[in-house]
Design a binder for this molecule. Structure first.
Ligand SMILES: Cc1cc2nc3c(=O)[nH]c(=O)nc-3n(C[C@H](O)[C@H](O)[C@H](O)COP(=O)(O)O)c2cc1C
Length: 170
């Protein structure tokens, strides 16, 4: 069983990337990727009709197809997932509507505030089934900078929830 994890953020200092890096340390045969490593323009119907599906989307789809489990940590921008992630999900869906078919998906979110990106998480939870993915766990980590230090969750209750989350893809 292979697990691929990524953050729904294009920030070079993404806290959601830090969170997926941590959770994958608890999962055998897992790999963290960065969506920013893929050269993908903003989705647009004109771009699709004129230039076609970007090569990087096909490469990303092939990469995701290696995994049976996917972990995504979504960043929250104005109560929503980022435009960056939404655009990539839209492209992936145009390339292969069911790109998450038969995959278990753990959805995480974190933010510096107490809300922990929960609104974005709820939107992601509704969106993932459009692509055939089965959301097995959602977990929001609030107040990131208080609860995460030196690459690890230091809040014991949150750590326990992470451990439980990992069990859902075993
Ligand atoms: C445009 C913008 C909108 C934001 N909106 C929210 C928000 O609605 N709720 C929230 O908790 N944090 C919000 N934030 C703060 C983000 O949670 C914070 O920047 C976080 O670090 C984003 O995750 P990332 O580091 O993984 O990119 C916003 C940040 C930006 C730049």
């Amino acid at each position: 069983m292979k697990t691929i994890a990524f953050a729904g953020s294009n920030s070079s200092v993404s806290i959601n990337h830090q969170l997926v890096t941590y959770i994958t340390s608890l999962v055998d045969n897992s790999e963290v990727i960065k969506l920013t490593d893929y050269d993908i323009p903003m989705y647009g119907i004109d771009s699709e009709e004129n230039q076609g599906i970007p090569k990087a989307i096909k490469t990303l789809d092939t990469k995701l197809s290696e995994a049976q489990n996917i972990i995504i940590s979504v960043a929250e921008h104005n109560g929503n997932i980022t435009a960056f992630l939404k655009s990539i999900l839209d492209w992936l869906s145009r390339n292969n509507r069911n790109f998450l078919e038969n995959k278990k998906v753990i959805l995480l979110s974190t933010s510096p505030g107490g809300g922990g990106g929960a609104s974005a998480l709820a939107i992601a939870e509704k969106t993932i089934p459009y692509f055939g993915g089965k959301v097995v766990t959602t977990l929001s980590i609030g107040s990131f900078y208080d609860n995460f230090k030196e690459g690890k969750i230091i809040n014991q209750e949150m750590k326990n929830s992470m451990d439980k989350a990992v069990q859902t893809i075993k």
